[in-house]
Design a protein around this ligand. Sequence first.
Ligand code: AKB
Length: 309
Amino acid sequence: MKKILVIGSNGQLGTELFQVLSTKFGSKNVIASDISAYSQNNGLFEQLDACDAQGLAAIVQRHKIQHVYHLAAILSAKGEQNPVQSWDLNMKTLLNVLELGRKGMVERIFWPSSIAVFGPDTPKEQTDQHAVTNPNTVYGISKLAGEKWCQYYFDKFGVDVRSVRYPGLVGHKAMPGGGTTDYAIEIFHKAVLNQSYDCFLGPESSMPMMYMDDAIRATLLLMEAPSNELKIRTSYNLSGLSFTPAALAAEIQIHYPNFQVNYKPDFRQAIADSWPSTIDDQMARMDWHWQQSFDLPKMTLEMLKGLQR
Ligand code: AKB
């Protein structure tokens, strides 16, 4: 059994990924870590500021960690409010983890990139793996630089680091924190409370999204793929579904006919406008046999059922 460390385990993705990894590999083999002193999960936990390289290395040595999932980051919307802090945290933590790989202290690393690597010059539809990027948010710039660092550590030092460009992730077990795609989770929380939702994007902002179960399945598929079959060592395009706030509201109204959305776009609108609408992920489909399974009706049903429970 592999020993696994999840960095950022209290986050939206970390909470769910930790649970799935613990079930799959055994709770004694998966260690959660977060900057917070308290764990959202049951199981082994270490408090860790991933900017602290020595603290990170000590945890890796103590638990004989082989695989690291490094999920800690400041996301797009929060990043625009704290540009320098976001750059420092996003880059320093990644380099600390890549250094573990270079020193032979861990065998394999997962680090998420994002559709935020794309920008206003990127073609909007079926955005190709190698499309022009030119991001205009600090989060996007840090993800693009991070992708290049992953490629560099793979080429120069043979570090087995793997990555996908997540779209907006939609799940019901944890709240998102500071992203532009967060509306797609918040809206469900309001619907099940029979409240209206003030959406911070306009009704026609189409963005790539993915239900959390698909995101976790994609992550595990990539981490289990034979190294020699992976042709992309920056980060793989990954596609689930694309929808607008209006389309999502209409789908929720099938279940909650009185549900109302008020559109009040703020600074996040410009970020959403700079990102693609749909993604071409054929490289992921070819190299590690990726296929999404959630469409908008299925995702909506799962979200509503999960939140009602
Ligand atoms: C965000 O909105 O910042 C994130 C992302 C797309 O990476 N969810």
